[in-house]
Design a protein around this ligand. Sequence first.
Ligand code: UD1
Length: 422
Amino acid sequence: MTIYEMEGGRRLEGELSAQGAKNAALPLLSAALLSREVSVLEHCPDIDDVNVQAQILETLGCRVTREGERLTIDAAGAEGFEVPRALMGRMRSSVMVLGALLGRHGRGVIHSPGGCAIGARPIDFHLKAFSDMGVRIDWQQDELTATLDAARDSDVALPFPSVGATENVLLLAAAIPCVTVLRGAAREPEIVDLAHMLCEMGAAVEGAGGDVITVRGTKELHGVQHRALSDRIAAATDLCAAAITGGSLTLCDVNTRHMGSALELLRHAGCAVLSTQDTVWLSAPKRLSGFGVVRTMPYPGFPTDLQAPFLALAAAAQSGSVFIESMFENRFHHVEQLRKMGADIEVQNRVALVRGTNLTGARVQTADLRGGAALMLAGLAAQGVTTVCDAGHIARGYERLAQRWNSLGAAIRVSTGEDLPT
Ligand code: UD1
């Protein structure tokens, strides 16, 4: 258990550089498995999810080394095709290895994926798409064996723009000598980043970033050097940290055009936000206004991964906000904890009505990654001491969050919890 003990009420001010994107690095690591050569991934954040994905590659026979933000993956000896149950259970995107295993070996064995407890998170879209590409699926208890007997041209349609299913289709399609047309694809920037890497490796991918993607694959994919995108979710969380404390932040090395919906909401709440292509400058009023109605949507809409952080801002604002969570059915775990800090939030199904108020420090418990970030944000604004007890969620996606915010003036002490009273 990691304990973040924080003294609220300090104004954050300064400059930060964005970390590499978790949701880009994970599929890029899977892509490295498609070649029998060495790939070098730059700007890979040192976070638990990325390190678990690297461990999965190692159990499959890759040699993976990290030097700072650079991961080197030697996939020459990756003859394994079964992802161990224990690692599969540690995060959702481990399912994304399946497309790469099918692409490389024509078969893969996985188990039910883990990840944040934010809803049912089935993998039916992945499996239907694979089966449209000629893959046989065999479920035995929670073990799934997928086999591609003969690759073929295919036309695949997703019923919903699932990020993971889109990436899985791209990974398999890039490695077979066929033409795959994917309709109803997700449009997230991380998918475009994956498509770029697959093109660099030798596949032809057209249309990524739109809802129809055409892939002309090849068996001869080679190793590449590729830099992962900056993390638009972690970057927006940093902006939230400045915003909730009435502070100011210069954030460098971001792709500001990927952050449109978040920047627009911060402006709506009263922040001055200026941006160039790769830098955002934010200056917040002493107290934020509410956000009005916020609905989470697939990209380019407002991201579900920012619902919890922005909800924390809304809880401390001077007027009301309404959040509609349309992506996941169970993504309001942080609300109960925010209420311990005095937040005035009512939840009805997928809608949260937030009346802004003054937050006070309390002992709270994280239940998932982004909900954990929300509690940390609330702690920055709360009067007194907030103790965030975290069973490893925050480090899954945020690189040294406490140190980053301390460098801006926050007072966050990190411990293992053994030296604090319960
Ligand atoms: C990815 C992101 C995650 C983000 C989410 C939505 C990664 C590693 N994770 O997760 O941070 O919150 O996109 O933007 O990139 N669904 C099904 N069946 C499926 C697949 C998805 O019903 O087979 C549903 C999900 O339950 C969810 C919706 O589709 O309601 C979107 O999920 P999806 O886009 O697949 O999310 P992930 O790829 O898991």
